[in-house]
Design a binder for this molecule. Structure first.
Ligand code: NCD
Length: 328
């Protein structure tokens, strides 16, 4: 039997006073807590037969993806549709970007069609904030270069909070290609703001030079870094962002940094394994662990993703454009 969904908390411009969601950096613990609580009520709604509500009826959401995506794009599409919005998906493939149109021109073109929300993924760090300055609708960052991926950090936080009951005080190890990862950066910000203790584990070549200034403990040895931790968050080797060689070979990388049963045994016995996807089995994670549903929360992360994106759209709905354009 499915429990009735908790009544949705009305969007409050006081509790979330932003037009856009461009990153986790700069949000307060209260604002993050508000989004996480809202997400919980959407998880319940999404487990019911009728998953729709009318909050965004008449509104238009445009997914503008300059980089490939499976989970994030589909998840924003479902989130928008479940809240009653019209959703349009645009990718760089097959658009005028291929004909040389600039990011800003593309944004201005879309803006002239009066969308209410633009969800943007771009390969350059900072591109989404730049675009947000040029348009009059809400903008959500769905990943900009190696900078931020705020909804991923939020969905990771919801997953952790639901399994462990809290974030404060937990020891979270983020392992692998930290250097190129927007997921790592957004998670580090969020976990620090919410009072968790963050460790990063990576070879020196895959760490930013100023890693310790991010407020994390740095480890190069998986066994030492995993010792006693509550959460093990694995990251993909982002080879598309690498120019040159960052690891000697894939098999050597797996030997030192791949998560297998032997290394996981150093974490707490009930440690939870996470991965934002897409996974490279046998590179950063052993298949057996990825598929062990008692240890791995990977499918749950995807489920939480839809609820979190609904919560973000809901929170932003309080400040969506509400004007009739001047008649020409
Ligand atoms: C991540 C991304 O695109 O930043 N994936 C995702 O959104 N689930 C991580 C990755 O590509 O490795």
């Amino acid at each position: 039997m499915t429990a009735p969904a908790p009544a949705a908390v009305a969007a409050s411009p006081e509790r979330f006073p932003h037009r856009d969601l461009l990153g986790i950096e700069g949000l307060t613990a209260e604002q993050i807590g508000y989004l996480l609580d809202k997400s919980d009520s959407y998880v319940a709604q999404n487990r019911q037969v009728d998953k729709r509500s009318a909050l965004l009826r008449g509104r238009t959401l445009v997914n503008l993806f300059f980089e490939s995506s499976t989970r994030t794009r589909t998840s924003f599409e479902l989130a928008g549709k479940r809240l009653g919005a019209d959703v349009i998906n645009m990718s760089a493939e097959g658009s005028s970007i291929k004909k040389g149109e600039t990011l800003i021109d593309t944004a201005m073109t879309l803006n002239a069609m009066h969308p209410d929300v633009l969800v943007v993924r771009h390969q350059e760090s900072g591109a989404v904030s730049l675009l947000a300055q040029k348009v009059s609708c809400a903008v959500i960052n769905a990943g900009d270069g190696s900078h931020e991926h705020p909804t991923q950090a939020l969905l990771d936080a919801v997953t952790i909070r639901r399994r462990k009951g809290r974030l404060r005080g937990l020891v979270v190890a983020i392992c692998g290609d930290i250097l190129h990862s927007r997921v790592a950066r957004s998670n580090i910000h969020l976990l620090n703001i919410m009072g968790a203790r963050v460790r990063v584990i990576a070879p020196p070549t895959l760490l930013p030079t100023a890693a310790s200034q991010l407020g994390v403990e740095v480890f190069h040895d998986m066994r030492k870094g995993l010792a006693g931790c509550d959460i093990v968050m694995m990251l993909r080797l982002q080879s598309e962002r690498m120019q040159g060689s960052f690891v000697p070979s894939i098999s050597e990388y797996f030997h030192f940094y791949g998560l297998d049963t032997e290394k996981l045994a150093y974490a707490k016995p009930d440690a939870m394994v996470m991965h934002p996807g897409p996974m490279n089995r046998g590179v950063e994670i052993d298949t057996e662990i990825a598929d062990d549903i008692s240890r791995s929360a990977i499918a749950e992360q995807v489920e939480m993703g839809v609820a979190v994106r609904m919560a973000v759209l809901d929170a932003l709905s309080a400040r969506l454009p509400n004007f009739a354009p001047a008649a020409h």
